[in-house]
Design a protein around this ligand. Structure first.
Ligand code: NAD
Length: 489
């Protein structure tokens, strides 16, 4: 059987609350499917309000003792967790590929990427220094201390089931917070496996709790956490509409929020660009995970002078991509996550063609392979009236728009409500800085298609959200500053 997991230990299949693996209190379960075949291959608890409340009680009860654990000890536990994650890299990679559909090499790569955040925040735990502030009057001593905010609710998407969990849970635990987590309904198994490894690493009971729920019951679980004042922080990665809902509903208890939301990244190729490097960068940025990444280029702008050459080079590469299930080591693009995703991609491509775009490569479902496959697609003649320009397609579609004027292309690049990533290729150093300043986004790839790194801040502006994950700033999302002022005695 393909993609077999060797260690049953990694498949607990239950919620983890207060240090115990438990069924949902109402006893319901829901199916986990393999997007390559739509076959059900596991079930997990379909939790509700009772389970969410139990998880919150456990996290709240554990907070006082966890925040008192010396940072060095919290770091040691995180490092043990990281060692276990790396020791199970192959199994975890297979699990990611099985439930999410990304090719095996990418599944294994995601485990390494997730691990890099755990390792990073183990280090940051021991560097959560505060400030000693010069006093304005004699005899006074002034300090700013970093304190953990309290219970954190982490809500994650399906497209990076390991990395999104690691990026939230590692800094929360490093800071001394306790966690309740609800992973995406399409990919609950990877998160349960990571929590199982955290348990093995010695994370104390109640410090890390996870409940799984179907799409229909996600809001019931999360609403319990949103409405309870004991949850002091929501860390969410997912779509902009859900992020706005969480922000509104958190207002009554004024929680701290990190929202990593949707993107609509521009990818701009100027006439002086190294075209081969630009094609390489676009292939990595666009087709990794079948185009289902939030930093994926969604609009490709190419200067008229190099448009045709660039499109020819790109077409050769896109048509050579091997589509197939994750179980085939040769696959470069796997199935999309589900039928809803394929329907959206198809709607965007059809809308673009109806409005005058031309299909150079692909353009349709690959129905003979299964219901969730879409051909890697290259469109030209795309303009801003088309849905694929204004909405995030989240699929293997590269829509190309021709441009002539640098000011126009910057306006177009900034012309959506989103601001997560942007990319541009040029060899003119003056233009590099002009664009770096002008682009309204949180991450910029300059002659580079692969940006993310645990040491760098990751996050957006505008309707792509706020807050940063990773880097020396990532821990600050999970602490508040307490100012101490001591007078002369
Ligand atoms: P989604 O917003 O539909 O779901 C994300 C999570 O929210 C899931 O766990 C889901 O169960 C939960 N959820 C859904 N409705 C909810 C509700 N009413 N109340 C509480 N929780 C609810 O997003 P998705 O389809 O899983 O993920 C894709 C989106 O995530 C894309 O827009 C993508 O750009 C974005 N994303 C952003 C980043 C980033 O760092 N900015 C990274 C990855 C993905």
């Amino acid at each position: 059987m393909p993609l077999t997991i060797q260690h049953d230990d990694l498949l607990p299949g239950r919620n983890f609350i207060g240090g115990q693996w438990r069924e949902a209190q109402e006893g319901r379960r829901f199916d986990v499917t393999d997007p390559a075949t739509d076959a059900v291959f596991a079930t997990v608890p379909d939790s509700g309000a009772l389970d969410a409340a139990a998880a919150l009680e456990a996290a709240h009860a554990a907070f006082a003792s966890w925040r008192a654990v010396p940072a060095k000890q919290r770091a040691q536990i995180l490092r043990r967790w990281n060692d276990l994650v790396l020791a199970h890299q192959d199994d975890l990679g297979r699990l990611i590929s099985r439930e999410q559909g990304k090719p095996l090499a990418e599944g294994r790569g995601e485990v390494a990427y997730a691990s890099s955040y755990v390792d990073w925040f183990a280090g940051e735990a021991t560097r959560a220094n505060g400030d000693v502030i010069p006093a304005p009057v004699p005899g006074r001593r002034m300090f700013a201390l970093k304190e953990p905010v309290g219970v954190v609710a982490a809500i994650t998407p399906w497209n990076f089931p390991a990395a999104m969990i690691a990026r939230k849970i590692a800094p929360a635990l490093a800071a001394g917070c306790t966690v309740v987590c609800k992973p995406a309904e399409d990919t609950p198994l990877t998160s349960l496996a990571l929590v199982r490894l955290a348990e093995m690493a010695g994370v104390p009971s109640g410090v890390l709790n996870i409940v799984t729920a179907s799409r229909q019951r996600a809001a019931e679980v999360v609403d319990v956490w949103l409405d309870d004042p004991r949850v002091r922080k929501i860390s969410f990665t997912g779509s902009t509409p859900v992020g706005k809902h969480l922000a509104r509903r958190s207002a009554d208890t004024l929680k701290k929020l990190s929202l990593e939301l949707g993107g609509n990244a521009p990818f701009i190729v100027f006439d002086d660009a190294d075209l081969d490097a630009a094609v390489d960068g676009l292939m990595v940025a666009k087709f990794r995970n079948g185009g289902q990444t939030c930093v994926c280029p969604n609009r490709v702008f190419v200067h008229s002078a190099v448009h045709d050459t660039f499109v020819d080079k790109l077409a050769a590469r896109v048509s050579a991509l091997k589509v197939g299930p994750a179980s085939d080591e040769a696959s470069q693009v796997g199935p999309m996550i589900n039928a809803r995703a394929v329907e959206k991609i198809e709607r965007h491509v059809n809308d673009a063609v109806e409005r005058g775009a031309q299909v150079v490569v692909g353009g349709q479902r690959l129905a003979s392979m299964g219901s969730n496959y879409f051909a890697p697609t290259l469109l030209v003649g795309v303009d801003s009236s088309m849905a694929c320009s204004m909405e995030e397609t989240f699929g293997p579609v590269a829509p190309v728009t021709r441009f002539d004027d640098a000011a126009d292309v910057i306006r177009a690049a900034n012309g959506t409500p989103f601001g997560l990533a942007a990319y541009f290729y040029t060899r003119d150093v003056r233009r590099v800085w002009r664009l770096a300043d002008a682009l309204e986004c949180g991450l910029v790839g300059i002659n580079e298609g692969a940006l993310a790194a645990e040491a760098a801040p990751f996050g957006g502006v505008k309707e792509s959200g706020y807050g940063r994950e990773g880097s020396v700033h990532g821990l600050d999302e999970y602490v508040h500053l307490k100012y101490l002022c001591q007078g002369q005695v």
